[in-house]
Ligand binder design. Structure first.
Ligand code: G3H
Ligand code: 13P
Ligand code: ZN
Length: 344
């Protein structure tokens, strides 16, 4: 039994001063590659599926895939998490399919694009927490809207993300309000807005404090030392992957991601979950482009998906090392969901 709740996993991470990468997954190849890396690193891991991933893969396929991964790697604690849930039903159906954690992203309205006010966010998140905790499942909430401090634009990823220009107040989580939000909702983890955004185009230059406000994390951690903080949009967007893609017919414009040292700074100030999707996408794409360019006659998908899985594994290993997750798997004793339900 290697399924674990987010709460239990992040409690262990907090006690031992590390963070757990939450890798987005929407197919078998990603799942196998991430788990092969977790196994090689001896690291617990968070696998997360967005609404887009669930629509792509089908909930039943995802549920059976999680079962398979857990069976193949029984010694690796795996938290299966819903990324950016938009309403109660999305969270309920994730739990019905074996997820041990859900994110209720009430920073946006149900349409996934309109910024919500505090009252809406707190009320819907509280509702999800009451439902999920009764089932022993953990909940991540979000306060503040993800988006760029450079442009004021919210980010859009597969239809999710604010579409309107946002104010600095919306783009930066207010520490005082964060304290109130955690008390009002009872969330297990809190996603913070401080200038990161989803996708490859986060910053036009190496980020400094003007565009990546790590001080917001520090201020929130001071007020909420026992709340697990979450950094979204935390891919580093490695320059070598961009070059490799472009060298083989791709067109990724110059860009910057979140440097690993900034994430490590966050980990010293309460960040326990770090969301990574883009780096794995770039790694897979660079390997596929390289393989197909080198062997133009190849048409067996296994021949280019295998190198893609290797490239994804390399990225995962780097994160497990950088975040201090490597070697922690064997130190965790997980509890069944029934015990977690009683503990809530
Ligand atoms: O939440 C953002 C992740 O990158 C997921 O993206 O909705 O395209 O699966 P997606
Ligand atoms: P990236 O696009 O930076 O990988 O962020 C993913 C994310 O935050 C998913 O919720
Ligand atoms: Zn996100």
């Amino acid at each position: 039994m290697s399924r674990i709740t987010l709460r239990q996993l992040l409690d262990h991470a907090a006690e031992n001063a590390y963070a757990v990468p939450a890798f987005n997954m929407s197919n078998m190849e990603q799942g196998l590659a991430i788990m092969a890396a977790a196994d090689a690193a001896g690291a617990p891991v968070i696998l997360q599926a967005s609404r887009g991933a669930r629509a792509y893969a089908n909930d039943v396929v995802l549920a059976k895939l999680i079962d398979a991964l857990v069976e193949i790697y029984p010694h690796i604690p795996v938290c299966m998490h819903l990324d950016h849930g938009n309403d109660l039903a999305t969270c309920v159906t994730a739990i019905q399919h074996g997820f041990t954690s859900v994110m209720m992203d009430g920073s946006l309205r149900e349409d996934g694009t309109t910024p919500a006010d505090y009252a809406y966010n707190a009320a819907i998140t509280r509702q999800v927490v009451d439902m999920a905790h009764a089932a022993g499942v953990s909940v991540e909430g979000e306060l503040g809207v993800l988006g760029s401090l450079e442009t004021g634009m919210g980010d859009q990823e597969d239809g999710h993300g604010a579409t309107e220009k946002l104010s600095q107040a919306q783009l930066l989580t207010d520490p005082e309000e964060a304290e109130r939000f955690v008390a009002d909702t009872g969330v297990d983890a809190l996603a913070v807005a401080m200038g990161t955004s989803h996708g490859a185009y986060k910053f036009t230059r190496k980020p400094d404090g003007d565009v990546l406000a790590m001080t917001v994390i520090e201020a929130i951690h001071k007020r909420l030392p026992n709340t697990h903080l979450v950094m979204h949009g935390s891919s580093s967007v490695p320059e070598e992957l961009r070059r490799e893609i472009n060298a083989h017919g791709g067109d990724i414009k110059p860009t910057w991601g979140v440097p690993l040292e900034e994430i490590r700074r966050g980990i010293r100030h309460g960040v326990r979950k770090v969301n990574i999707d883009t780096d794995l996408r770039l790694a897979a794409t660079s390997a596929i482009r390289r393989t197909l360019a080198g062997t133009p006659g190849e048409f067996d998908p296994r021949k280019y998906l295998k190198p893609a899985m290797e490239a994804v594994k390399v990225q995962c290993l780097q994160k497990f090392d950088a975040f201090g997750t490597a070697g922690q798997a064997e130190r965790i004793r997980e509890k069944p969901l029934s015990a977690m339900a009683l503990a809530y």
